[in-house]
Ligand binder design. Structure first.
Ligand code: TXA
Ligand code: MG
Length: 342
């Protein structure tokens, strides 16, 4: 189906699956989600099993309307109400105090809950029809690039999910911005679809967590901030340069060295940069022309180059303005925290 032509019967089947404790993958405007009834602890546990996700990593709860908020959240501060008015439905997740109705497993035992109202018509129709809050992480195997199409979901989760609603590609292609409102000061835990600049219009002293946790560090402070995330199977080499041309020259040299060492090389670059590499025996994925297109295509690009069997993927960062902050965050984590300066 498409967002403009929703298949009511398919929504019905998926909603009944959620109500009976099953798992449903569905499109949102950010990425595909792997959903379960958020109030059904057994169903939520199936999400962790299906993804191979550690129980210490909490899950976002999705609503079809802000009026569902009291079911899942307590002591909602005034700033949350303001942000909800401006940014919902949309890619902003708020961390609030959790009601006892939400099983502890959803929030990895913490007394908070992350909540958002997706803007995608199929996600809204599903949650409305199921008539319950829907817990849904991204619909990929743990630590893999997020799923932005139904085919990606099938690639990672075939046999683990009861229903997949295919609504075409996700729109933004990167996950929601996560804002924690349970601390003395509002803190962004993950940059995402709502630019930080837009939040600063409401919260001038906004803090942003820039630290990435190594696998042996505790996840209590900022669960889900593990440095290895969104990773392709191939090794990702991520370049950041003092100038654009220096970056491209360095990538070109590295590609030649890798080819000489018999490595299969993939390039993940904007459209305009691909022709400079046309004479090299490499696999290329064109990300598009602007930040919107590059964000939309990033995870698909990582998965496509993986499927071509490359050993190494060469790519570069983007300035951290607007969607660029989220793009840069995902690239750094896909590269397991290694940024090569040139
Ligand atoms: O755009 C999105 O947010 C997508 C779509 C499906 O809505 N979902 C998504 O979920 O990206 P997931 O599970 O891949 O990432 C959720 C992040 C994790 O890093 C998790 O640690 C964090 O949200 N999180 C969830 N609940 C939290 C809580 N109570 N406190 C702090 N962080 C939380
Ligand atoms: Mg995820």
């Amino acid at each position: 189906m498409t967002p403009a032509a929703i298949d009511a019967e398919a929504i019905n089947i998926a909603a009944r699956t959620l109500q009976s404790g099953g798992l449903v993958a569905f499109p949102t405007e950010t990425v595909y989600g792997l959903g379960a009834n958020a109030l059904d602890e057994e169903a939520v546990k199936r999400i962790f099993a299906a993804k191979g996700r550690p129980a210490s990593d909490p899950i976002i709860v999705h609503l079809h309307h802000p009026r569902q908020l009291p079911i899942v959240a307590l002591d909602v501060p005034p700033v949350a109400t303001t942000l909800i008015q401006h940014f919902w439905p949309g890619p902003l997740t708020l961390v609030l105090r959790r009601t006892p109705q939400v099983p502890a497993a959803v929030s990895a035992g913490m007394d908070t809950v992350a909540v958002r109202m997706p803007a995608h018509p199929i996600a809204q129709a599903l949650i409305k029809s199921a008539d319950c809050p829907v817990a849904a992480p991204s619909a990929n195997r743990f630590a893999r690039p997020s799923a932005t199409t139904a085919a990606h979901v099938l690639e990672d989760l075939a046999g683990q999910v009861d229903v997949i609603l295919d609504g075409g590609p996700a729109i933004i292609g990167l996950e929601s911005t996560i804002l924690d409102l349970t601390r003395p000061q509002p803190v962004v835990l993950r940059p995402g679809g709502v630019p930080l600049e837009d939040l600063r219009a409401f919260i001038p002293d906004l803090e942003v967590i820039t630290k990435y946790l190594q696998p042996d560090e505790t996840g209590i402070l900022a669960p889900g901030m593990l440095v290895k995330h969104y990773s392709p199977r191939a090794q990702l080499l991520l370049y950041e340069g003092s100038s654009h041309q220096i970056m491209l020259t360095t990538i070109h040299q590295r590609a030649q060295d890798l080819i000489a060492a018999n490595k299969r090389v993939g390039l993940l670059l904007p459209d305009s940069e691909i022709p400079q590499f046309a004479h090299l025996p490499v696999a290329t994925f064109s990300l598009g022309a602007d930040l919107e297109a590059i964000s939309h295509n990033l995870f698909h690009g990582l998965r496509t180059l993986d499927s071509l069997g490359v050993d190494v993927i060469l790519t570069h960062t983007y300035p951290a303005h607007g969607l660029g902050a989220a793009l840069r965050d995902r690239l750094i984590r896909a590269a397991e925290g290694h940024l090569i300066s040139c």
